[in-house]
Design a protein around this ligand. Structure first.
Ligand code: SAM
Ligand code: SF4
Length: 331
């Protein structure tokens, strides 16, 4: 599938649930209300939509959320999609997930058996107290156990950390060392203004250009052209032999190489994380649409993929630029 700006769309991210067992302060409000079950696509419906995408040339699928591993029976979906990994047309190159790691100790082996090779685990701090504060009630031990279970199961682990002013900004150096020690890549993310969180976001924003400049005082960072099919810019860290990535939606426009679209757990297809235009694939599914109808709806939507996003915090009203939460669209 080629969009109007000549970009080949080969990457689908699926949010399999809006629910989560944590409440990270930059992501959710403490008293989030979750969607009624009837609005959420069943695992069979998710598999059908994924199948239509794969038939149209999608090569990579990432399951995310909310927290993907809290969805009941989610392993059925991993196993079903895992069977579609393989060489040749109409097959997947990669199936992966983004998780907070709390359930990984339980599922790491099964994920590996289903064909998952890499996992992104979100961890913003190595301090138990800060972890509890950022996630509002999480216990860091669970996530750390999950990370090491994934490593033991042979999965490549990438740690995702949101750079937060005053909260973890002076710890990122230690995290880079820790990742190097355990053989993990690290990816730093700028906060994005998505969804009401009950707090002022401008207090949390830390530009990664500043973080990178600070890290360069201690580490030898060399820019590489390594890409994982995502928006991160990667540098090798000479001292550890690992990589560090920077995702900078606020300071750098990465849209020109965007190869992805996102499906929410309610079956809405968003062509851009930072725009509101969408296509309602649930309507097609529940109106008894055939696989051909589904493919047609997807192709029509790709034809509307916008050139790029335009995140700006509406400072006047202190409102997020995009009203829906990251947990709905899938980070
Ligand atoms: N629950 C899983 C997790 O935390 O990894 C998957 C979903 S979470 C929404 C995906 C990623 O989005 C996480 O790495 C999280 O830190 C990031 N994220 C959430 N809200 C964000 C925001 N407002 N700005 C930047 N990144 C955000
Ligand atoms: Fe949950 Fe992930 Fe959002 Fe944290 S970032 S609240 S773990 S969905």
């Amino acid at each position: 599938m080629i969009d109007p700006f000549g970009r080949s769309i080969t990457y689908l991210r699926i949010s399999v649930t809006d629910r989560c067992d944590l409440r990270c302060a930059y992501c959710m409000a403490e008293d989030m209300t979750f969607l009624p079950k009837a609005q959420i696509l069943s695992l069979e419906e998710l598999e059908r939509v994924a199948g239509a995408f794969i038939a149209l040339g999608t090569r990579k699928i990432r399951l995310t959320g909310g927290e993907p591993l809290v969805r009941r029976e989610v392993m059925t979906l991993f196993r079903a999609l895992g069977q579609r990994i393989g060489p040749g047309d109409g097959r997947l190159d990669e199936l992966t997930l983004t998780t907070n790691g709390t359930q990984l100790a339980r599922f790491a082996e099964e994920l590996a058996a289903a064909g998952v090779r890499r996992v992104n685990v979100s961890l913003d701090t190595l301090s138990a107290e800060k972890f509890a504060a950022i996630t509002r009630w999480g216990r860091i031990e669970k996530t750390l156990d999950g990370i090491f279970a994934a490593k033991a199961a042979g999965l490549a682990v990438k740690i995702n950390a949101v750079a937060l002013k005053d909260i973890n900004e002076h710890e990122l150096d230690t995290m880079l060392a820790w990742c190097g020690e355990h053989g993990f890549d690290l990816c730093l993310i700028e906060t994005m203004p998505m969804g009401e969180i009950g707090e002022d976001r401008t207090d949390q924003y830390l530009p990664l250009s500043l973080v990178r400049a600070r890290l360069k005082q201690r580490w030898t960072l060399t820019e590489t052209d390594y890409r994982t099919g995502g928006p991160a810019r990667y540098y090798t860290v000479a001292e550890t032999g690992r990589r560090i990535g920077f995702i900078t939606p606020m300071t750098h426009n990465f849209c020109e190489s965007c190869n992805r679209v996102r499906l929410t757990c309610t079956g809405m297809l968003y062509m851009c994380l930072g725009q509101d235009d969408q296509a309602d694939l649930r309507r097609v599914l529940r109106a008894g649409g055939t696989d051909a109808d589904l493919r047609e709806a997807i192709e029509e939507a790709i034809g509307r993929k916008p050139k790029g996003h335009d995140f700006v915090i509406d400072r006047h009203h202190n409102r997020p630029a995009v009203a829906r939460h990251m947990s709905v669209t899938g980070g």
